[in-house]
Design a protein around this ligand. Structure first.
Ligand SMILES: NC(=O)c1ccc[n+]([C@@H]2O[C@H](COP(=O)([O-])OP(=O)(O)OC[C@H]3O[C@@H](n4cnc5c(N)ncnc54)[C@H](O)[C@@H]3O)[C@@H](O)[C@H]2O)c1
Length: 428
């Protein structure tokens, strides 16, 4: 683990209407970038960063670039070397807006508590997903607005925590935006608005893909590291930390399916396994999944993801309706043929612009439920492939399979999780 904690202490409508209302705020915020009329609330966004790796460092810079009046005031990471690397980069990028001091820099498993006790009014949560529920729950209880990276949990108990904390955020009028950046990407926003207005009729099926070469293959030498440090430093191959790649990456495409379908799937049946990741050093994740997600109305959406070197890549979505076909991202064919010809914005920056605009307008976006449902859909697909069984939404949501070790009392030895075997691994 890092060198100890330096400081500890401590935001009667139908679902369709809610979705439409939040899409409307997102869309209006999307086109309001650059309008810095602070109708309500603080004109100064003080950011705290929890998880100072690649994406956390990038997200802090994106947040700064998205809007005026943003400064970084506190940072926390479990490892001192990761914290210091990120501090160096962000100091250069943010210049005078970098206000982090030694007193507002925190290291260790409790580093998030230090950041939450700081003057930050917006926190960025960018650790591996296994920790997101703990951090999101604590952030909302501490009254912070939140930007949290996807996915938002690695198991169903974590999803239930996120759902509850998301509701608390609504009661506290806190903004919550997730790193499902396609929700803030102009071609997707415009196309899916057209689909919701019936541009291809009723959706009767579709496909979503994340086929690529792989991430984080292998976990390196353990050396003198504790089990926990070793796993956290090389988190991708462990389901309890990453959720497996169907959750960690493919959630982006599954989220598009849920957006287009206006809700979550009802059940999942699928296959998966390890073809290239055959050695123990690849942790306990699979390297391929193919899931048949069934949405209301018996609409089947095929989800496919794989981490196979030497095979063609494909990261995309496709939906078939009674009156046409779309990629959901700027192209509709059929009687209502259409191509997106508007502006292209950087969605990684836009998501922060939308978040901050919603805070300042006093109309906080809250994406907690939508990202929790998309993450749970991905977990349901994983459960279906790991067990070989058909898994319903209710089974997934109520699953007692708690895979994240207790971080309040981390054990000295963490057993290496077994690789699941469909037909033999039991659903819990
Ligand atoms: N939206 C996107 O397109 C996108 C892209 C990349 C990553 N991500 C997501 O961002 C998250 C982080 O990914 P990354 O690529 O930056 O990984 P990373 O390994 O580069 O960074 C993770 C950081 O979190 C720190 N950390 C781990 N456990 C912690 C804890 N309990 N408390 C505090 N710090 C802790 C690590 O030391 C590390 O510095 C993941 O959820 C990932 O899925 C999203």
């Amino acid at each position: 683990m890092g060198s100890g904690t330096e400081g500890v202490g401590e935001a009667g409508v139908s679902r369709r209407e809610l979705v439409a209302a939040s899409a409307a705020v997102a869309a209006s915020a999307l086109f309001a970038t650059g309008n810095y009329a602070y109708a309500q609330g603080s004109d100064r966004i003080k950011v705290g960063l929890i998880g100072c790796g690649g994406r956390g460092t990038g997200a802090a810079n994106d947040c700064f670039r998205s809007s005026q009046g943003v400064e970084l005031v506190a940072m926390g990471d479990v490892f001192a070397d990761r914290l210091n690397g990120s501090k160096g980069a962000l100091k250069d990028q943010l210049k005078d807006a970098f206000k982090v001091t030694d007193d507002t820099s925190f290291v260790g498993l409790d580093a998030y508590k230090g950041v939450l006790a700081s003057s930050a009014n917006l926190v960025i949560l960018a650790t591996p997903p296994g920790f997101r529920p703990i951090h999101f729950d604590a952030a909302v209880k501490a009254g912070k607005n939140v930007f949290m990276e996807k996915p938002v949990a690695s198991d169903a108990p974590g999803i239930r925590t996120v759902l509850a904390a998301g509701e608390l955020a609504t009661q506290k009028k806190l903004a919550v935006v997730a790193g499902t950046q396609r929700r803030h990407q102009a071609p997707y926003v415009a196309t899916i608005a057209k689909l919701q207005a019936g541009a291809i009729g009723d959706i009767v099926g579709g496909q979503v893909y994340w086929n690529g070469g792989g991430v984080g293959n292998g976990y390196g030498d353990k050396g003198s590291q504790t089990d926990l440090e070793w796993m956290i430093r090389h988190w991708y191959p462990w389901t309890w930390l990453s959720g497996d790649h169907i959750v960690e990456q493919h959630v982006h495409n599954i989220d598009i399916a849920c957006w287009v379908m206006g809700g979550h799937p009802q059940s999942a049946m699928g296959v998966g396994g390890r073809s290239q990741r055959t050695e123990a050093r690849f942790g306990n994740i699979f390297d391929h999944f193919a899931i048949d997600f069934i949405y209301p109305g018996d609409v089947h959406i095929l989800s496919m993801c794989r981490h196979w070197d030497g095979t063609p890549g494909n990261v995309s979505e496709r939906f078939v309706g009674t009156k046409g076909v779309t990629n959901a991202a700027g192209s509709i064919s059929g009687p209502n043929e259409w191509r997106y010809q508007g502006q292209s914005t950087n969605p990684y920056v836009q998501e922060h612009a939308d978040l901050i605009a919603s805070i300042r307008a006093g109309k906080p976006l809250n994406e907690a439920r939508q990202v929790a449902e998309s993450t749970l859909a991905a977990i349901m697909g994983r459960m279906a492939a790991y067990t070989g069984q058909i898994i319903t939404w209710e089974q997934a949501l109520n699953s007692q399979d708690s895979i994240v070790p207790d971080m309040a009392k981390p054990a000295a030895a963490i057993p290496v999780p077994a690789v699941s075997i469909p037909g033999r691994t039991e659903f819990k």
